[in-house]
Design a protein around this ligand. Structure first.
Ligand code: UDP
Ligand code: MG
Length: 335
């Protein structure tokens, strides 16, 4: 039985542990130079005894992170590096890691050590009980109250919009079986929301609770602006509900307008209309104007994402790699 079949059997029956197969750990890196050595050291300790590769994807860092990745590769042979030609974003960096990972099991985690390398073995052990994917639910309140409420709001909105169960305490940290990785790699769509994409593919999944640590060094790479952009991308990219809401809203407003017109017509026939109504006219115009602009904007976002998709550009461009044979994109995975 091949290695791959063995692991599939493990995923189905839970009878065999996944200990023998290669584990790929993917971490996107954006200006995280000071975190990398500690990250690699702790992953290396956590995965002692298991064959593993650590794929660090430099998402256009400007702080010398790439130099650090090259240096670490000389110290830890398991380290591999991919360097983007510019900043393409967290979720695209994860995609690049997935494209190049060879493992039967693939772990995705942030590189700032908020996701703790020590939790990887718990994720793998849980997966070996017979799951295709185990996601980490982050305990601890390491993000401030504002950021947490924003995540919760986003999770609620997405659950409603996309009919998936979004959980605010789940980030990208998870382990996935090769079947899920292959399915996600086959999805070349933009915009990309890694968490939603892994949910969409199905298979068996569960979660475990892990401790969410403090950032090891540096500061967050997700300011409010990027968080909002991610939320909008998520809503537009994974749901047609905003369009349904708009259509419903249009009908509701039109019916109200029609009823009001009837009322006025009846009053006029009864001869009871005084020339008043400036305020109501103005508010109607403003409300309708605002709605028209918002509506066009939302439709525009959809058209924009269709436009982006039709250009069929590669999702990312590589500038360099360490320890990985690459073309710009693996040919089978170009759109
Ligand atoms: N990141 C990235 N590209 C970006 C922004 C962030 O690769 O454009 C990486 C970053 O290096 C980190 C992870 O994504 O490994 C999550 O970012 P961060 O920890 O700053 O987000 P937070 O935990 O504050 O939400
Ligand atoms: Mg973080």
């Amino acid at each position: 039985m091949g290695n791959r079949e063995q692991t599939m059997r493990a995923a189905e029956t839970g009878a065999v542990t996944a200990r023998t197969s290669l584990v790929s750990v993917i971490a996107p890196v954006y200006n995280e130079r000071e975190c990398l050595e500690e990250l690699v050291r702790r992953i290396d300790v956590a995965l002692q005894g298991r064959p593993c590769e650590i794929i660090l994807v430099d998402d256009g860092s400007r702080d010398g992170s790439w130099g650090e990745i090259v240096r670490l590769r000389a110290l830890y042979p398991a380290v591999r590096g991919l360097r983007f030609s510019r900043n393409f974003g967290h979720h695209v960096a994860i995609t690049a890691g997935l494209d190049h990972a060879l493992g039967e099991w693939v772990v995705v985690m942030d590189s700032d050590l908020q996701d703790q390398p020590e939790s990887i073995t718990s994720l793998l052990d849980k997966a070996a009980e017979g799951y295709h994917m185990v996601v980490a639910r982050r305990l601890g309140k390491r993000h401030g109250p504002f950021k947490r409420s924003l995540s919760q709001l986003f999770a609620r909105a997405m659950t409603w919009l996309a009919d998936f169960e979004f959980d605010a305490s789940v980030g990208v940290f998870r382990v996935m079986h090769r079947d899920i990785v292959d399915a996600v790699c086959a999805m070349r769509e933009t915009p990309r929301l890694f968490t939603a994409m892994t949910d969409w593919v199905g298979f068996s999944r569960t979660s475990i609770d892990v401790t969410h640590g403090a950032r090891f060094a540096g500061e967050t790479k997700y300011p409010l602006r990027k968080q909002v952009a991610l939320a909008v991308r998520g809503a537009i990219g994974f749901s047609e509900k905003p369009l349904e809401v708009l259509v419903t809203l249009g009908f509701v407003i039109a019916s109200v307008g029609l009823t009001y017109a009837l009322v006025i017509a009846v009053r006029a026939l009864q001869g009871g209309i005084a020339v008043l109504g400036y305020a109501s006219l103005m508010s109607a115009i403003l409300v309708m104007g605002g709605l028209a602009i918002a509506t066009t904007g939302i439709v525009g976002l959809y058209v924009g994402s269709v436009f982006a998709q039709t250009k069929r550009r590669p999702l990312y461009l590589l500038r360099a790699s360490e320890g990985i044979e690459t073309s710009v994109l693996p040919p089978s995975r170009v759109n």
